[in-house]
Design a protein. Structure first.
Length: 260
């Protein structure tokens, strides 16, 4: 027993001696192993820095702090430091509150079931656009393509004034129904692949749209969205919890509203 106690005392002594190891010293300050340990605790594991780099940062911070103190108004500095400390401690308390939040699997699944619109990909279209400046011309083209007098592609090549889409035969990228211009959505909502819309006005010109392909609405798989649901519910709970704690502490510390 005496041997074990002696070993433990020796270990504690060695640890205490190690923690007091001085790396840098100067006029009224030092950088010790304790400082390095504290720096390691503050840094995330993702910070891949060497011991020398960490010590350099600590020394730089210490020197800059000393120089700032020697060249700044002490009262102003004290207020700034107090406010920074206050904000940091408040942040630590918020993190403590956040760590107590748990969202069960049942709650996640219930949210998924209760909000299908949040997890459903809207209907998508791949369209072909033809744009002219004159309604009479647009009506004539519509008549030609619907009566198979010429193809939509040829009409685009011969008539369309849209410089961006004409070189690609008027083809547009896939667009979700809820992301496309409302005039487009209104004129293709009842069409099937191969159909051409009635002529309609858009940005001062006249347009025809041909539906090339269509993807129906598709609900996302629960497992694919579970993490995003957890994040959403956690944020909501955090907001509610922080405000609830705020009200509790106002009562605890007898906060009085003296008027703004």
């Amino acid at each position: 027993m005496i041997g074990i106690l002696s070993f433990e005392c020796f270990s504690l002594f060695c640890y205490a001696e190690e923690s007091e190891k001085i790396f840098f010293s100067g006029d009224g300050f030092s950088v010790t192993q304790k400082d390095l340990d504290a720096e390691n605790e503050m840094l995330s594991a993702s910070f891949d820095t060497t011991k020398e780099e960490k010590l350099r940062v600590i020394l730089m911070d210490r020197l800059f702090k000393l120089e700032y103190q020697s060249t700044s108004d002490d009262l102003l500095l004290d207020k700034k430091v107090q406010r920074m400390t206050e904000k940091y401690l408040a942040l630590l308390y918020k993190k403590k509150l956040d760590s107590q939040i748990e969202i069960s699997e049942d709650v996640l699944q219930s949210y998924y079931i209760a909000n299908p619109e949040l997890f459903t990909e809207p209907q998508k279209y791949r369209l072909q656009l033809l744009m002219v400046s004159n309604k009479v011309v647009c009506d004539k083209i519509f008549s030609d393509v619907t009566q198979n007098k010429r193809t939509f592609e040829l009409a685009v090549e011969e008539e369309s004034i849209d410089k961006e889409t004409t070189p690609n035969k008027g083809e547009l990228e896939w667009m979700a129904e809820n992301k496309m211009p409302r005039e487009f959505a209104a004129n293709v909502e009842n069409l099937l692949p191969g159909d051409v819309s009635q002529p309609f006005q858009y940005n001062g010109n006249w347009v025809l749209l041909k539906v090339l392909e269509m993807k129906p609405p598709e609900k996302k798989v629960y497992e694919d969205v579970k993490d995003s649901i957890r994040s959403t519910l956690t944020r909501k709970k955090m907001f509610a919890q922080v405000n609830s704690e705020f009200e509790r502490l106002k009562a605890k510390y007898q906060v009085k509203d003296e008027g703004m």
